[in-house]
Design a protein. Structure first.
Length: 185
């Protein structure tokens, strides 16, 4: 018996490597992990999302985002790209549509997109690009007079549990209202 017959075939070796879970770069796993999520939106690959800034430019990319790509039945060209846009950019993007479609198709190397469908909606941002909410103002405790006024407003409520909930709600509303007012002094 020769050594060659005892060696596994190259395809069998490849299968064994996959099963053992050898060391692989995370970049090699990303396409398989994202394919299902990207595919639900009609994208055949993530490049239109990842390269959006390169395709349309930094200014447009800040205020727009590809949302989905739909092709005519049985085709992979001449699609309609849904683009989320912030506020007034929609009107500007309508006028820039031929240029944006040309840039997208140049990026893909074929006429993947025929037209844009604009969706005026907030842009979904992830991680560091997400707009940061201002830290809420700290809420101060109510003064003795404010507590007494609140107590007087709920005193007529007979159910003690309901009265306690209404008092807590009233306290919360008063604290937020007072925090929103500029300091008077």
């Amino acid at each position: 018996m020769s050594d060659e017959s005892a060696r596994p075939s190259p395809s069998a070796k490849k299968r064994d490597d996959k099963r053992r879970g050898g060391v692989r770069a995370i970049g090699a796993l990303a396409p398989a992990l994202t394919k299902q999520a990207i595919g639900k939106r009609g994208f055949t690959s993530a490049t239109i999302i990842t390269d959006w800034t390169k395709i349309v430019g930094a200014e447009l990319a800040r205020q727009s985002q590809p949302d989905g790509l739909r092709f005519p039945r049985g085709r992979r060209d001449g699609g309609v790209l849904s683009v989320r846009v912030d506020g007034p950019l929609a009107t500007e993007l309508m006028h820039l549509e031929p240029l944006v479609v040309e840039r997208i198709n140049t990026h893909f190397g074929y006429k993947a997109v025929e037209r844009l469908k604009l969706i005026q909606a907030p842009i979904r941002r992830a991680g560091a690009d997400a707009p940061r909410k201002a830290a809420p103002k700290p809420l101060r405790a109510l003064s003795e007079a404010e507590e007494q006024a609140l107590e007087a407003r709920v005193a007529h409520i007979e159910d003690p549990e309901l009265r306690a909930h209404l008092k807590r709600l009233g306290r919360s509303v008063m604290r937020r209202t007072l925090a929103a007012k500029p300091d008077q002094g």
